[in-house]
Design a protein around this ligand. Structure first.
Ligand code: PRP
Length: 206
């Protein structure tokens, strides 16, 4: 069995469709179920439905052989895995955003609200800028609106959330898209099958 970690949600649905087209279908995936492990012995595949931020750790520790996760999450969690392929799905940008018309006061410590604590630390370290991180878990855009932070560092996909909350991108940090990753030692054992998947995926994504 090949164990594949999929991020639960929109990206996971797209990635499952891709695997299904390649012959790794699993009819249970399309059922309205709360199951977290679904498998199809005929196609030799077991899907693990995982919170996106945890996909890297499941693959790093070998609970999953391969997985799909956003580059934003890889930059944040930095798992020790092989990054095999850019799927060009789930494209977005990590960016710093602030209220429209925001002007930075460089004499003050910058208050940054984010769930990307490590990305934020690294980004501002590179700029030599002193910051205070306010760790949030969602609806990050609220922070500058309510004066909880000066800026946010978050992903921007369509830009709708920023626009509808009178915020705009202040600086781009890094582009992101879905990546196929593999456990380093499991890859040695299953390299033939995993390489076949990579080749088939490249064809499907052309
Ligand atoms: C993400 C992100 C932004 C939004 C960006 O939030 O944190 O809020 O999507 O997308 P957009 O540019 O297309 O509007 P998500 O929906 O994952 O929910 P969250 O606020 O709970 O993190």
């Amino acid at each position: 069995m090949l164990n594949i970690a999929l991020p639960k949600g929109r990206l996971g649905d797209k990635v499952y469709s891709l695997f299904a087209k390649m012959g790794y279908d699993c009819s249970e995936f399309l059922e309205d179920t709360r199951k977290l492990v679904i498998e199809n012995p005929d196609s030799g595949v077991r899907y693990l439905l995982i919170k996106p931020s945890d996909v890297g750790i499941y693959v790093e520790r070998g609970a999953a052989d391969i997985g799909v996760v956003g580059k934003d999450v890889l930059l944040e969690t930095d798992p020790d895995v092989y990054e095999l392929l850019d799927l060009n799905l789930g494209k977005c940008n990590l960016a710093v955003a602030a209220k429209n018309g925001y002007v930075e006061d460089t004499d003050r410590t910058l208050r940054v609200a984010t769930k990307y604590v490590n990305v934020t630390k690294n980004y501002y370290k590179g700029l030599n800028r002193e910051i205070e991180i306010i760790k949030l878990n969602g609806s990050i855009e609220l922070a500058p609106i309510l004066g909880l932070s000066d800026v946010i560092l978050d992903i921007v996909e369509t830009g709708t959330t920023l626009r509808e909350n009178d915020l705009s991108v202040f600086e781009y940090v890094a582009p992101s898209s879905a990546r196929l990753i593999a456990n380093k030692s499991n890859y040695q054992f299953k390299s033939e099958e995993i390489d076949r998947i990579v080749a088939r995926m490249k064809e499907e994504l052309l």
